[in-house]
Design a binder for this molecule. Sequence first.
Ligand code: UD1
Ligand code: CA
Length: 457
Amino acid sequence: MQVSGSGSVPVSVIVLAAGQGTRMNSDLPKVLHQMAAAPLLHHALTTARSLDPARIVVVTGHGSEAVTAAALAFDEAVDAVLQDPQSGTAHAVAQAAPLLEGATGDAIVLYADTPLIREETLRAMLDARARHGVVVLGFHSPNPGRYGRLVTQGETLLKITEWKDATEAERSLTLCNSGVVCADAQTLLSLVAEVTNDNAAGEYYLTDIVELARKRGLTAGVVLCDETETQGVNTRVQLAEAEAAFQARARSAALENGVTLTAPETVFFALDTHIGRDATIGPNVIFGPGVTIESGAEIKGFCHLEGCHISRGATVGPFARLRPGAELAEDVHVGNFVEIKNAILDEGVKVGHLTYIGDADVGEFTNIGAGTVTCNYDGVMKHRTTIGKRAFIGSDTMLVAPVAVGDGAITASGSVITENVPAEAIAIGRSRQVNKLGLASKLFEKLKAIKAAKAKG
Ligand code: UD1
Ligand code: CA
């Protein structure tokens, strides 16, 4: 993590992730449920990191160990702190105080269960700090349900009222609290330290800082965003809705960035998918985590890609599966019903059909025939297969690893290759063919006679 860039004040981000998520009906902590092939927590952390913050603090509670591990897996520079018991959102923010001692500049509070907030929205909040001591992210909702309501007067935010504590008049307001707030870091911490739990829920409400700030003579203001951005995940239905919203956004972004999607609504992206300009993605393509596709590559329909890198000019599919560690150099062709795992395919390699390449290195311009299998697993250990440049692996070759095939070598179709093949050699690893003249017609006659005898009974 770096110190905030471009002349702006430093920013610290506090991500609240202590809640239980009872309504998910799950053993897994809510913020570890997956959306776009990443835990919800990673979505909030991705948005947080987009601000180049000086620090990120995750407040954990339920499933603290697993949530902390997920935070560190995202970025070792993230700090995690335990909130126990979980006595409310202000109490949660207060737990970050020791980690933010001496922090200068602003602090933003995000919720780990609200994964769709955009970087631009947070930047608008940071900009609004020039006008207000406390900035709250709000949204208009036609069905505001039990969200906290923002009570405003002109440009000024007077207070936030939790639904449980709201009057009928306040409940009729449609301007809602997203929960995201921004203030000077030390001011925020001193405000949450003053919050009491004198309310309907008996909790320390972060929302109380608005009135407390105003008592100190600070002003509070609202930045608005679209309701879809503040969509929270409390149930599996909402998780599915958030996933759909993420995918819709990712598809639009890909199209705007110059990627062709022939059937956008059937393509599913991961949080960290990177696709270069002028790449083409066919229908029904699924991206798992860790995929990078360079400009001009083509992924045909029905492919499943995960943890792989596809270079310029490569073509993949239809019906191909690329698993972690698949590295395709420029102009590689991977065709239908091919699986590649932990393997490096150099420039111009062709693997056209019905093949498994795992734990292998394949040299440039080598051709791999249909039905080839790298037999990489002996039941206990994995072994590597190394194939040289411009080699020709005949159809249905079994390469029993560890084994190496030299540059320019050929393996005969149907070979079981158990020994290294020298460069430019032909390896034939199969038994010789025998032709028995006339035997076929004799066999047919015999079989027909048996059938006729059976029919008579
Ligand atoms: C909160 C807001 C409400 C707003 C709504 C938007 C308060 C008091 N209310 O209500 O105005 O409209 O969000 O979704 O802030 N959390 C902790 N520790 C705690 C309590 C909560 O880390 O002790 C975390 C939760 O994991 C969650 C977030 O804070 O990520 C919000 O908590 P939640 O209990 O869902 O707040 P709401 O009642 O929805
Ligand atoms: Ca909530």
